[in-house]
Design a protein around this ligand. Structure first.
Ligand code: NAD
Ligand code: UD1
Length: 334
């Protein structure tokens, strides 16, 4: 298959590019570098030992999108491109709706007009809202509380409508839990701009001495140690799930949502302690107030991914922290 990765220069897209190429498929990376930069392409080439095909462009540009899809004779698209920071989405809803909704609609129009009808969409466990039960399976009721989450849910619904309108479409919405870690080579990983919003890149920068201490958002949750529990998944496991989903798309039609998680929850303190073991030094932290909007616990039921995709996460928490640290050491942030 020839697979286009929109947002393929980003954190999850770059790891997915490696796994897709190593599974024998061809990849074209499409990105506007709004949250990444060209150096990732050279790093990918070092990992893969071969050139990587790249096209610069914006998913909101119909003619560019169509030109690239046609030029490379694309069979399927994995759609990562979008904005992803919850807090920023509250401040800049129009930017989020434009990138994530208008961008997706433009991509879908270009695909439809060229008869390309296989899509894997980067959705999120955020569509489950506050858990009514755990583990979260795909039939859990959906609800969202912020513009970012709303864009994920709306795109899922748009894709479902599209599949109803035309049974030739094949769409897999992958609902990611908390992707962390980095490629074993230490060449690619997560390197957000500015102060990280998410736990792992924050912990990595504290371990590297760039930030003074992790702020633990609350230790009075109803969890074993009082801190928030999440289903952290190694980004390489997540990336492999996309290979299985692309292969699934080539022999199934219709719309489906599938969780990508491990099925195991870890607390904030579990993460800090695993990271201390990985980097061989203490990671200072202090307990502060809860972060508004956070839930106590959240983890996946990953059974559907196993049944339909034959996929199961392989890496453990220690691997995730070691690979994250390996990347952090190679790519210090100024
Ligand atoms: P990322 O920001 O590292 O990657 C996204 C890439 O898309 C970036 O390289 C960016 O430059 C590009 N991009 C953004 N808008 C674009 C546009 N209009 N046209 C072309 N390229 C554009 O993010 P990521 O962590 O790799 O996430 C990828 C996808 O997965 C996103 O859709 C995100 O919402 C979703 N997701 C991520 C997480 C997570 O924890 N990282 C969790 C759930 C879902
Ligand atoms: C967040 C988003 C979610 C998004 C996901 C991946 C919110 C409310 N949710 O999920 O929509 O899909 O990121 O991008 O923003 N924590 C600390 N200190 C920190 C950072 C986090 O204690 O500096 C805690 C949080 O309270 C939480 C856990 O660590 O218990 C994980 O937080 P984070 O990495 O931000 O992910 P989520 O909140 O699960």
């Amino acid at each position: 298959m020839r697979i286009l990765l929109t947002g393929g220069a980003g954190f999850i897209g770059s790891h997915t590019a490696v796994e897709i190429v190593q599974s024998g498929h061809d990849v074209v990376i499409f990105d506007n570098f709004s949250n990444s930069d060209a150096s990732v392409l050279e790093r990918l080439e070092r990992i893969l030992g071969r050139p990587v095909t790249f096209e610069e462009g914006d998913i909101r540009d119909y003619s560019r999108m169509r030109e690239v899809l046609q030029k490379h004779n694309i069979d399927a698209v994995v759609h990562f491109a979008g904005l992803k920071a919850v807090g920023e989405s509250v401040e800049k809803p129009l930017e989020y709706y434009d990138n994530n909704i208008t961008g997706t609609l433009t991509l879908l129009r270009a695909m439809r007009d060229l008869g390309i009808k296989r899509l894997i969409f980067s959705s999120s466990a955020t569509v489950y809202g506050t858990p009514q039960y755990l583990p979260l399976d795909e039939n859990h009721p959906l609800s969202v509380t912020n513009p970012y989450g709303r864009t994920k849910l709306q795109v899922e619904e748009i894709l479902s409508d599209l599949c109803v309108s035309d049974p030739e479409w094949s769409v897999v919405c992958l609902r990611y839990f908390n992707p962390i870690g980095a490629h074993e080579s230490g060449l690619i990983g997560e390197n957000p701009r500015g102060i990280p919003n998410n736990l792992l890149p924050y912990v990595a920068r504290v371990a590297a001495g760039i930030l003074p201490a992790v702020q633990v958002f609350g230790n009075d949750y109803d969890t074993p140690d009082g801190t928030g529990v999440r289903d952290y998944i190694h980004v390489v496991d997540l990336a492999k799930g996309h290979v299985n989903a692309a292969e699934y798309c080539s022999c199934h039609k219709g719309w489906i949502a599938i969780n990508l998680g491990t099925g195991v929850g870890y607390s904030v303190l579990d993460i800090i302690h695993a990271y201390e073991k990985a980097c061989g030094k203490p990671v200072p932290y202090k307990i502060v107030a809860r972060r508004p909007g956070d839930v106590a616990s959240n983890w996946a039921n990953p059974q559907r991914a196993l049944e339909l995709l034959g996929w199961k996460a392989q890496y453990n928490l220690q691997d995730m922290c070691e690979h994250s640290w390996n990347f952090q050491k190679n790519c210090p942030v100024e």
